[in-house]
Design a protein around this ligand. Structure first.
Ligand code: BG6
Ligand code: MG
Length: 213
C-alpha cells in the first residue's frame, strides 16, 4: 500500500491515556452503583464523552436527567484532567517517538484524528504538539467515530485524499470510521485483533514497513 500521509488516533495509540479514561469513569459513576469493567471500557474507545456515558448507563436501572448526565460528564472530565497533569514527555515511548520522527524525516505529513476535546492539552504535556502537521480533534465535531468526520477533517487539513492516508487506531469504532471514510486502516492494541482492520500491528513502528510515498 502506498501512502502519502498518516493520521493517528491519540488515546491508546500515541499515549496511554486510555487507562486514565477508565479510572476517571470508574470514579465518576461509582456513586450510581452501576457495574463498569475494563471490557465495557473497551467499547468507549474512540467514542465521545457523552456517548461513553450512554454506553455505561446501559447497565443502570435508574433514569438520569440531561442535567445529571452533563454533570457526570463534567465530573469525569475533571478527574481525567487531574490525572493528565501527571503526563510528561517521558510518557511518549521511544517507539512512538522513533515512528513520528522517521515519518517526518521521510517527508510524510502526520496528523492527529482524535475524538478527545483534551487533545491539545495532552500533546502539550507530552511535548509533541508541534511535531504534527494537522490536528483534528473532538472540538467542533458533529459526529463521533464510527462516523469518518474526524479523519476526513484531518485529511482535508493535510490536503490529501483519504485513499492516500493511513489511519492508525486502537478502537473498533475508529477502524470502522477509517474504513467508512475510504482510508487504509491499521489496527493496534485492541484493534489489532479486529477483523476489519486492513493491517494489524503490534507496535507503532511496524507502520514504517508499509510502503510510503
Ligand atoms: C477518545 C477516547 O480518544 O476520546 C474516548 O478513546 C473518549 O474514550 C473520547 O471518550 C473523548 O475524550 P474527551 O477527552 O473529550 O473526554
Ligand atoms: Mg484510541
Amino acid at each position: 500500500m502506498q501512502y502519502k500521509g498518516v493520521i493517528f488516533d491519540l488515546d491508546g495509540v500515541i499515549c496511554f491515556t486510555d487507562r486514565f479514561h477508565y479510572l476517571a469513569w470508574k470514579q465518576a459513576v461509582e456513586p450510581l452503583g452501576v457495574y463498569f469493567d475494563e471490557k465495557i471500557n473497551d467499547r468507549l474507545r474512540g467514542v465521545s464523552r457523552e456517548q461513553s456515558l450512554e454506553i455505561i448507563l446501559e447497565k443502570y436501572d435508574g433514569k438520569l436527567s440531561s442535567q445529571e448526565k452533563a454533570s457526570l460528564c463534567e465530573t469525569k472530565n475533571n478527574i481525567y484532567k487531574q490525572l493528565l497533569t501527571n503526563l510528561s514527555p517521558n510518557d511518549v515511548s521511544e517507539d512512538v517517538m522513533f515512528t513520528l520522527c522517521s515519518l517526518k524525516h521521510r517527508g510524510v505529513p502526520i496528523a492527529i484524528g482524535s475524538s478527545s476535546k483534551n487533545t491539545r492539552f495532552i500533546l502539550e504535556r507530552l511535548g509533541i504538539l508541534e511535531i504534527f502537521d494537522a490536528i483534528s480533534d473532538g472540538n467542533g465535531l458533529t459526529k463521533s467515530k464510527p462516523d469518518p468526520e474526524v479523519f476526513l477533517k484531518a485529511a482535508n487539513m493535510l490536503q490529501l485524499p483519504p485513499d492516500k492516508c493511513l489511519v492508525v487506531e486502537d478502537a473498533e469504532s475508529g477502524i470502522d470510521a477509517g474504513n467508512a471514510g475510504g482510508f487504509t486502516t491499521v489496527g493496534i492494541g485492541v484493534a489489532a485483533s479486529y477483523e476489519k482492520s486492513n493491517y494489524k500491528i503490534n507496535k507503532l513502528s511496524d507502520i514504517l514497513q508499509l510502503k510510503g510515498n
